[in-house]
Design a protein around this ligand. Sequence first.
Ligand code: LMR
Length: 333
Amino acid sequence: MRFLTITTASIAAAAFMLTSPVTEAAGPLVIKFSHVVAENTPKGQMANKFKELVEQRLPGKVKVEVFPNTQLFDDDAVLSAMLLGDVQLAAPSLSKFDKYTSQLPVFDLPFLFKDMAAADRFQQSPAGQKLLMSMEKKGLIGLGYLHNGLKQLSANKPLKTPADAKGQKFRIQQSDVLAAQFEAVGAVPLKKAFSEVFTLLQTRAVDGQENTWSNIYSQKFHEVQSYITESNHGLIDYMVVTSASFWNGLPADIRGEVKKALDESIAHGNNVAMEKELGDRKKVADSGRTQIIQLTDAERAQWVEAMKPVWKKFEKDIGKELIEAAAAANTGS
Ligand code: LMR
């Protein structure tokens, strides 16, 4: 049986993949889907649903292999691996694409979306949909957005006002906007892979981090952080991406079925995200391992004010109109 995945073993094999149509006689096409989170998260559940639907609907034609928990690649390596053909699908957070586009960092601007409905409205708007193709020239195609949720700040000291974060070291994702966000409050940002975060926190190599309730709970960050400030100050959502050469090389009927299964899996993942935003927050609170801090309106206003200059700093790179379009989604219904 011949699997039509590209391996780094041979450039000839890669060339074959780009020029040969997939046929049933050749054996199933293998789609490797690599991600960094646990299976009991929105992305983990979405990836598993995708495998289930594709293999049910395209039996013997397409096989999906899901690699959770950074088993295959971390988010830094996955996009270059995708361009080499070593993996076909991934869904890095929107903070992980700044090597490929100056526009997607719009999603990292602090306090951009007041809630997940606003983030969704922007993603589904013409401007948001256009961003799916913003990396096409670099060989990557966005197939859809997937939700996770809003970020909370955790640390070993209570963070109530920006002054509390001064001098504290925070693990951040690979994003210059996120680095500027922490620098704006006098903190020290450190770009580190997701798989390293628990150990960094446990050993106190960093003081804190920012993440969603489902990532905090599934990675047990709350067990090694004494306080979580319910700041909802930013977004962790995902773009499901593939390589243009892989996607355009698929026979149209297979591509159509795969896309349909993907859209349905994303809808499933979005439902999981909604449940987990409340459910995992409750599990963290009920664990008694950490204290959740609620900000007063006045305290929250201080964080908004301190981080606002980040918008101006990246306005030229991201584009003023795009920032305005994203912010306008807060007023939609
Ligand atoms: C992180 O690195 O904190 C997140 O991007 C992980 C994820 O994929 O949710």
